[in-house]
Ligand binder design. Structure first.
Ligand SMILES: *[C@@H]1O[C@H](CO)[C@@H](O)[C@H](O)[C@H]1NC(C)=O
Ligand SMILES: *[C@@H]1O[C@H](CO)[C@@H](O)[C@H](O)[C@H]1NC(C)=O
Ligand SMILES: *[C@@H]1O[C@H](CO)[C@@H](O)[C@H](O)[C@H]1NC(C)=O
Ligand SMILES: *[C@@H]1O[C@H](CO)[C@@H](O)[C@H](O)[C@H]1NC(C)=O
Ligand SMILES: *[C@@H]1O[C@H](CO)[C@@H](O)[C@H](O)[C@H]1NC(C)=O
Length: 575
């Protein structure tokens, strides 16, 4: 890998040339009339590293975080302590309810107090929320979970086949990130975490990564959909779960191939063992360095045949199955700028964003003069423009604001802000003030695949300009995740208010005797029979973490020092 000519070191003469070219470019960049002049968004520019941080990264030329200090009289910023504390209390309650009813199980059943084994029986809730309790300064809670993770967690055995995607983002990512946070001196605990406990946690991460290793045993290096931990081999899903049952080989969506990189590169950095990052780099290489013609450059077809490295169907999307491949392209570029592929990751992300703006983002038709014509993110499937969006795709707005700010492209930041606004619109319109799992609309000036299917949907279309096709709220984080990025990048307090609205609505609709439960129908009033007895680990790992981060001191997990994984586990940016 990385032996291509373009990665060779430039000769010294070339380096001198490159130096002067860079100076010239920087000057041009600063003189450019468009620089920082977009009035609809304000991208912060500051050069002071955050104070009081033992491992503050060197300031980079283009910080993405808004300069809160400059605009708040030199104080840390506009963080809202009361709101942050309210979120922290909900995390506390989430933890103790789980602790009492389902300690060591993957999930508590929030309505009945039962438990659920959904992630191979490795205490998913407890492990996935390690980084949240650590960052929030919940000392007792973190110490209990740390102790369990070191002494009782046993990755040698697994309930069911192991899904390397879920296992990497929820378990491996959390363990690695916790070590990274501890090394950065992130805790404000009364007693420091002992070095031997930190080492034991890293050892657990390495053990798990080695159990996941057979996942990469394919001719292409793309990852198997499942791994059998007993036999130690990669395999397909069980028959009933197979997306393409009659297809000869195992298949995966781009998100599975592309969501190993941050976790494994961080593990390689912390352990000094390069193999983890190398395998993860290989796993998404067929997508990044594609040898297939792309009709819309950067927007890849999926899913893929893992044995031949061929896309065999024509889905293009930023939603389920594809999402975190795009998410990780720009985050990989930001996390390790010195990686030999870093420029390629950036270019592929920029290509995808450009193609998405040309082919997948269109305004919805305004039904009467009152409904606002939002910018919706469409999908493409075998020649059809899919006029449907899911909650998962709401991460896109925040991701574009992050990438746009980092690359100093204010038009990408603005379009990201439009997408954030559209996701907020579906929240603001429902009975619970929570957005649904899926919704559809009529594109303004072209054909989409879907039209309203019932009188109820027709009525929603007339009233709102769009209609709901799946009314559940599954405790997902993507909308508040985007509010967090939008706030940290623009400094606009409106996003804090939106995050607060969402938080209040979540608690009202999801609070249950043993935690917080999924909502059956966001268009119906909150209440006992409007809850599902389910709560996935990302409620504590992501949703509550992003909400808390939207309100706490903005120097905490500064976006110029940390990159968040697709499960909201932060990794340090390597200078
Ligand atoms: C999990 O639920 C089972 C019954 O479904 C019960 O026997 C077991 O004690 C529960 N485990 C915990 C830790 O509460
Ligand atoms: C640690 O930080 C949290 C969150 O800011 C705060 O609520 C808590 O009181 C702090 N704990 C200590 C021991 O300072
Ligand atoms: C830590 O875990 C061990 C082994 O499960 C247990 O014996 C011990 O009581 C735990 N310590 C704390 C402080 O919870
Ligand atoms: C790395 O990938 C190879 C296949 O290319 C596999 O055999 C090996 O077990 C993997 N190792 C790790 C640590 O992932
Ligand atoms: C996993 O491998 C073991 C040992 O080869 C085998 O007995 C078992 O059936 C496999 N499990 C599944 C679900 O395929």
């Amino acid at each position: 890998m990385g032996t291509g000519r373009s990665f060779q070191r430039p000769s010294s003469r070339l380096r001198v040339l490159a130096f002067w070219a860079a100076i010239a470019l920087c000057t041009l960049y600063l003189l450019h009339p468009g620089f920082g002049s977009d009035s609809s968004v304000f991208v912060g520019h500051h050069n002071t590293p955050p104070l009081g941080h033992p491992h503050a990264a060197k300031p980079r030329p283009r910080p993405v975080q808004f300069d809160f200090r400059r605009y708040h009289g030199g104080k840390a910023g506009a963080g809202n302590k009361e709101r942050a504390d309210a979120v922290r209390q909900v995390m506390k309650r989430t933890f103790w309810k789980y602790r009492k009813a389902a300690w060591g199980m993957d999930e508590v059943r929030p309505v009945t107090g039962g438990n659920r084994t959904s992630r191979n029986g490795w205490a998913a809730t407890l492990v996935d929320t390690l980084t949240t309790t650590l960052m929030m300064g919940l000392e007792e809670e973190f110490m209990l979970a740390l102790n369990y993770s070191i002494h009782e967690l046993d990755f040698s055995k697994a309930e069911d086949l192991v899904d390397p995607f879920e296992t990497t983002i929820r378990y491996l990512g959390s363990l690695v990130s916790t070590v990274d946070l501890l090394d950065a001196g992130f805790t404000n605990f009364s007693r420091p975490v002992e070095k031997k406990d930190r080492d034991a946690l890293l050892a657990q991460a390495l053990f798990l990564a080695d159990k996941l290793a057979p996942g990469f045993d394919t001719p292409t290096g793309m990852i198997w959909p499942r791994i059998n931990f007993t036999s130690g081999v990669g395999c397909r899903e069980e028959e009933k779960d197979r997306p393409y049952p009659h297809f000869e080989h195992a298949t995966i969506g781009p998100a599975r191939a592309g969501s190993n990189w941050l976790e494994n590169m961080a593990l390689s950095r912390l352990s000094g063992l390069k193999i983890y990052g190398e395998n993860a780099t290989k796993a998404w290489k067929p997508l990044v360095y594609t040898k297939w013609v792309e009709e819309w450059p950067g927007l890849i077809d999926g899913p893929w045949d893992i044995m031949t490295g061929t896309p065999f169907d024509h889905h293009r999307s930023w939603g389920a199955g594809h999402d975190s491949y795009y998410e990780y392209l720009i985050k990989a570029h930001i996390m390790i700028p010195s990686d030999p592929h870093s420029g390629k990751y950036r270019d592929r992300w920029l290509q995808a964003v450009k193609s998405t703006r040309e082919h997948l983002i269109f305004q919805g038709r305004s039904v009467d003069g009152d409904t606002e014509a939002h910018h919706w993110l469409h999908q493409w499937r075998n020649g059809w423009l899919i006029n449907e969006m899911g909650h998962l795709a709401c991460f896109t707005g925040g991701n574009w604001m992050l990438g746009g700010a980092y690359l100093a492209d204010s038009s990408i930041v603005s379009m990201g802000a439009e997408l954030v606004k559209a996701c907020r619109a579906v929240y603001a319109a429902t009975e619970t003030s929570i957005g649904p799992e899926y919704w559809q609309w009529i594109p303004a000036d072209r054909d989409g695949a879907y039209a309203p299917q019932s009188e109820g949907q027709e009525q929603q279309l007339q009233e709102l300009g769009w209609w709901i096709t799946d009314a559940r709220y599954m405790l997902r984080p993507e909308t508040v995740e985007s509010y967090f990025y939008a706030y940290r990048i623009t400094g606009d307090k409106k996003y804090q208010d939106w995050a607060w609205e969402a938080f209040v609505a979540y608690v009202k609709a999801t609070k249950a005797p043993f935690g917080y439960a999924e909502v059956r129908d966001v268009t119906m009033p909150p209440g006992e029979d409007n809850r599902e007895d389910l709560a996935e680990s990302f409620w504590g790992a992501e949703t509550l973490k992003y909400l808390w981060l939207a309100f706490c001191d903005e120097d905490v997990a500064n976006l110029d020092e940390w990159v968040f994984s697709t499960e909201a586990h932060p990794f340090r940016i390597q200078p």
